[in-house]
Design a protein around this ligand. Structure first.
Ligand code: HEC
Ligand code: HEC
Length: 303
């Protein structure tokens, strides 16, 4: 024991009801109880804390912020700035899942963003937005320049949606960026996260084949996407989106590249039965789909 402490102890009056070392024991005990309580609360309440949207865990274990509560506006007006961002995030989600309604002026086909970015842009291996947001600005070979996130969104409007991009800074772009930002909260910047983009399949063992591809299409895909691949409408809307033809993505879209199509199909199609096709089947049906007619690449006609 150090000498000052010993002196202090010696100076304390020892009575039948009080001994100075009791103070030390009491302090020690409270510290121990405090530590115990803290450990307990850590283990019990940890799972209730908001966790980062994504981590570098394998895609299947990633926890995505999905719940409605997180998106509902605060009840009182004192939280207006918060309400405004929530409204904007919600608009972004609406545009993403129902582009036909909320960004109608910019769409030139029958698709919605969510058709190729499943589960409102959250599903791993389906080019999820939470994995994309933190990777921009990024150099892209497609246009040989550093692309901002808005540039990337513009690309999907122009090619995948066969339309034209909203103005930079427009309410549509701000909303889509806000939604992506919200999905990506907690995710690291500049890191290629598991589940980003579409999976890269190993090269096909046999040359992808149109005849085998058509067979797979007829037996596994036509039931939803239509025997002619042009989708299935209910009223004026597509219940099942067109894979080719005038209302599908155009020839400049990423989905026309067989490697993107094969990866997307392997992981996500037939809907609800992802990863049931073999890699070869995914390559074959992707070959068949990407060989079909569709709107021209706008970079060729209208520069
Ligand atoms: C026809 C399918 C299709 C549609 C519809 C579509 N996209 Fe995409 N999108 C793609 C493909 C293919 C990629 C490239 C994926 C890759 O690089 O692995 C992509 C990539 C992206 C990326 C970048 C992903 C990353 O990880 O780099 C964003 C952001 C994006 N799309 C947003 C949108 C938005 C917003 C819409 C609607 C306006 C939309 N997409 C509609 C097919 C589509
Ligand atoms: C049970 C119905 C169903 C089956 C079967 C099915 N799909 Fe789909 N597919 C969908 C739906 C619905 C979407 C849009 C998903 C969304 O919006 O969440 C979709 C989206 C797609 C897309 C992206 C959007 C587009 O229009 O290009 C492609 C490509 C695709 N499917 C290919 C296929 C292929 C190839 C097969 C067969 C191997 C197949 N699908 C089987 C229902 C189905």
């Amino acid at each position: 024991m150090n000498t000052r402490l010993r002196q202090w102890l010696a100076n304390q009056k020892v009575t039948s009801r009080f001994h100075p070392s009791w103070i030390l024991i009491a302090v020690g005990a409270s510290l121990a109880i405090g530590l115990l309580m803290w450990l307990l609360s850590e283990s019990v309440f940890r799972h209730e804390r908001p966790s980062p949207a994504v981590s570098v865990l394998p895609a299947s274990t990633q926890r995505l912020p999905a719940s409605e509560q997180q998106l509902s506006p605060p009840a009182n007006d004192s939280a207006l700035p918060a309400a405004e961002i929530i409204r904007t995030v919600r608009l972004g989600r609406a545009i993403f899942t129902d582009t036909q309604t909320y960004a109608k002026a910019y769409v030139g086909n029958g698709l919605n963003c969510v058709n190729c970015h499943l589960d409102a842009g959250r599903k791993p291996d389906s080019a999820p937005l939470w994995a994309a947001y933190g990777l921009f600005p990024m150099f892209r070979d497609k246009n040989h320049k550093v692309n901002t996130y808005e540039d990337r969104l513009a690309g999907c409007f122009r090619f995948s949606m066969n339309g034209r991009a909203p103005a930079y800074g427009s309410k549509e772009f701000v909303a889509l960026m806000s939604y992506s930002y919200w999905l990506a909260s907690g995710a690291p910047l500049g890191t290629e996260l598991a589940g980003r983009g579409y999976p890269k399949l190993p090269p096909p063992q046999q040359e992808p084949d149109l005849v085998r591809g058509k067979q797979i299409f007829d037996t596994q895909c036509a039931i939803c996407h239509g025997a002619d691949g042009q989708g299935t409408r209910v009223g004026t809307r597509y219940a099942f989106p067109p894979l080719w033809g005038p209302h599908s993505f155009n020839a400049g879209a990423g989905m026309t590249q067989i490697k993107n199509a094969a990866g997307f199909i392997k992981a996500n199609m037939p809907l609800g039965q992802g990863n049931t096709l073999s890699d070869q089947q995914a390559w074959d049906v992707a070959k068949y789909m990407t060989s079909q007619p569709r709107p021209a690449d706008p970079r060729l006609g209208r520069p």
